[in-house]
Design a protein around this ligand. Structure first.
Ligand code: NDP
Length: 240
């Protein structure tokens, strides 16, 4: 039986590349998304991958979503916590809403998803969890105290859960992407983006497929000795 993989935010950007790479590697994939139905429909038509709409920041919605995926595809063996948003602004102008939305969508989501798949993984003695962090969680970034805090939190979450899962065949790792060419990065003003690219030693933005390749490596059946680690894929921008 093919392993079942859930990719949050799996219909666009980095998540889309991860969903497609997992499908091509033989996994049965469930791609989650938040609200962009048009893009999700187009994604499913093009890739044949089922899309599931639920808000990763809402525990009950996640519980329902995972129950639906399990009923339709089978128990979840692989979880990629990829969904994320930015609500940038310097601290002196950041609203509580900007703070709370980013923490809930980027960090609380990891709890919500993991909490709803961990029992099954422990019972079956196998699980692969990959959390998508960010170079900005490692290095900080002007105008992103909310995002940097959430992404930095993911790295601690990963190491703690890795310790809890190790004896049960569950690995938990993080990937910290640098700047990748997706809608999120295309929203950065061109003059700012130019300065960012100038600081990347390889001299370009990363591709979503380059992050997907890292996920495939970490979730493989023979990756059982890699846990609690963070794989930086950032073109040399930040050497941690
Ligand atoms: P995109 O903005 O291109 O795509 C985001 C995806 O997440 C969409 O599928 C979106 O669904 C989904 N999503 C957003 N909020 C929720 C929610 N509340 N519930 C469920 N799904 C949600 O993002 P990227 O591909 O650029 O980024 C993916 C991840 O990689 C994020 O965690 C991001 O922080 C991280 N990252 C990205 C970098 C980059 O340079 N792009 C760099 C470092 C890290 P919908 O289509 O419905 O809106």
């Amino acid at each position: 039986m093919a392993r079942v993989a859930v990719v949050t935010g799996g219909t666009r950007g980095i998540g889309e590349a991860i969903s497609v790479a997992l499908k091509n590697a033989g996994y049965t994939v469930a791609a989650n998304y938040a609200g962009n139905d048009e893009k999700a429909k187009e994604f499913t038509a093009r890739t044949g991958i089922a899309a599931y709409k639920f808000d990763v920041s809402d525990f009950d919605a996640v519980k329902e979503g995972i129950a639906k995926i399990t009923a339709e595809l089978g128990p979840v063996d692989v979880l990629v916590n990829n969904a994320g948003i930015t609500r940038d602004g310097v601290l002196q102008r950041m609203t509580p809403q900007q703070w709370n939305e980013v923490i809930a969508t980027n960090l609380t989501s990891c709890f919500n998803l993991c909490r709803n798949v961990i029992d099954g993984m422990r019972e079956r003695g196998f699980g692969r969890i990959v959390n998508i962090g960010s170079v900005n969680g490692q290095a900080g970034q002007y105008g992103q105290v909310n995002y940097a805090a959430a992404k930095s939190g993911i790295h601690g979450f990963t190491k703690a859960l890795a310790q809890e899962g190790a004896a049960k065949g569950i690995t938990v790792n993080a990937i910290a992407p640098g700047y990748i060419d997706t809608d999120m990065v295309r929203a950065v003003p061109p003059n700012v983006l130019e300065k960012i690219v100038a600081r990347i030693p390889v001299g370009r933005l990363g591709k979503a497929e380059e992050i997907a390749r890292g996920v495939l490596f970490l979730v493989s059946d023979d990756g059982g000795f890699i846990t609690g680690s963070t794989l930086s894929i950032n073109g040399g921008q930040h050497m941690y």
